[in-house]
Design a protein around this ligand. Structure first.
Ligand SMILES: Cc1cc2nc3c(=O)[nH]c(=O)nc-3n(C[C@H](O)[C@H](O)[C@H](O)COP(=O)(O)OP(=O)(O)OC[C@H]3O[C@@H](n4cnc5c(N)ncnc54)[C@H](O)[C@@H]3O)c2cc1C
Ligand SMILES: NC(=O)C1=CC=CN([C@@H]2O[C@H](COP(=O)(O)OP(=O)(O)OC[C@H]3O[C@@H](n4cnc5c(N)ncnc54)[C@H](O)[C@@H]3O)[C@@H](O)[C@H]2O)C1
Length: 328
């Protein structure tokens, strides 16, 4: 009898990191994602004015294994360095804030990375898994339409913590660890201007009331589009307080904060878009690496098991795969 595949729920960077490691070890697997494509919080959004990075803006590497992997991605042509002209704003004071940090982005879009990792791996998109249960020896998944998928030998849950908790109910310790992780929201707004804004600013760390971060989308390698597009992120606190505000109102408020922040005239935008990330980042970092119930064959990974960054999510996926292989 052929070996049942491993189910991986989530095609963000954590799920795909685990998937690649298991595939490279020769194990069969099948991925599921509720979205129409891969990437999760590091996916780019297609829009009328080109592709926009509404979630992860860039990533840094501190861990040696991740640095080496990113160099391989660079050789594949999936990533490039981004060296924006950086500013910071504190108490309304905008000033240049150059540094030596190496920052990476997917190119020509952030999604290039997870698309590259996914390659030809078997995947079912637009499939929200609502239940994960174990029979005598194997696992079955049930999706939101009531359809069953399986059997699977093991399951890796690679979704944000609050969503993971429900899928981990077969292992109460794992479920309660995931349920203990609070995740903060982020409102993300894109503005597109017909005339390029008259500023050298390409990225800005903001420590004011509403805004947390501002980036000129087309300063990133490989981005095109006719408009001068900008991405603005609200702070966690501001986003929480304005969680249920209509998108138009969020756009108006963050556009106003942007106009106050930046050192040039900001006209009415030709294009606007708002996206609410309910589970943008864990409110604190953990050092769990991944969660494991080796006896059951159930694992969880994601940025919330580590640093709440792209690097943490990738490392967590590697660790889930390593533990699964160790327990075969
Ligand atoms: C606005 C914003 C800005 C950010 N900026 C940066 C940054 O500049 N640098 C940085 O390093 N990090 C940044 N991050 C964080 C970074 O994006 C995340 O740490 C990382 O992408 C998380 O990857 P993940 O695989 O753990 O989770 P996710 O990317 O969330 O992937 C989880 C996947 O699971 C799917 N899913 C969820 N529930 C189900 C279900 N029930 N069934 C099937 N599929 C499901 C989702 O559709 C998703 O594709 C940012 C995040 C946000 C939101
Ligand atoms: N908005 C969200 O939901 C986010 C979720 C998760 C992460 N988010 C942001 O991602 C970046 C990534 O962090 P990093 O990899 O540690 O990058 P970093 O460039 O080293 O920035 C970390 C932090 O340091 C401050 N900082 C760095 N460089 C400068 C500089 N030249 N001038 C001023 N301040 C600087 C700044 O506070 C950075 O936030 C990170 O930005 C997360 O906020 C968003």
């Amino acid at each position: 009898m052929s070996q049942a595949p491993i189910a991986i729920i989530g095609t963000g960077i954590a799920g795909l990191s685990a998937a690649r490691a298991l595939h490279d070890a020769g194990l069969p697997l099948h991925l599921f994602d509720k979205s129409r494509g891969s990437g999760g919080r590091m996916a780019s959004k297609r829009s009328d004015v080109g592709s926009l990075d509404l979630g992860a803006q860039y990533f840094t590497t501190r861990d040696r294994r991740f640095s080496e992997t990113v160099r391989q991605w660079q050789a594949e042509g999936w990533v490039d360095q981004w060296s924006p002209t950086l500013f910071q704003s504190r108490g309304g004071q905008l000033k240049s804030s150059a540094d030596e940090q190496l920052r990476w982005v997917g190119q020509p879009t952030m999604s290039a990375i997870t698309r590259g990792l996914l390659g030809e791996l078997p995947v079912t998109f637009s499939c929200r898994i609502t239940e994960v249960f174990r029979g005598e020896h194997q696992w079955t998944l049930v999706d939101a339409t009531g359809t069953s998928h399986g059997p699977f030998s093991h399951v890796i849950v690679a979704v944000p913590a609050p969503q993971a908790a429900a899928l981990l109910s077969s292992a109460p310790k794992l479920a309660s660890a995931a349920a203990s992780v609070a995740m903060e929201p982020t409102w993300s707004v894109a503005l597109g201007f017909a005339m390029p804004l008259s500023t050298t600013l390409e990225g800005c760390f903001v420590q004011d009331d509403a805004l947390d971060w501002v980036a000129r989308n087309r300063s990133k390698p490989g981005r095109d589009g006719q408009l001068d597009t900008w991405v603005l992120h609200g702070t966690s606190e501001w986003s929480r307080h304005h969680l249920d505000l209509p998108k138009d109102a969020v756009i108006e408020l963050l556009h106003g904060a942007f106009a106050e922040l930046i050192d040039c005239v900001v006209p009415a935008p030709e294009f606007t878009l708002a996206h609410r990330w309910l589970y943008a980042r864990p409110s604190q970092a953990h050092e769990w690496n991944a969660l494991t119930d080796a006896r059951l064959g159930l694992y969880a990974c994601g940025d919330w098991c580590l640093s709440g960054r792209v690097e943490g999510a990738w490392l967590s996926g590697q660790e889930a795969a390593r533990r699964l292989l160790e327990n075969l």
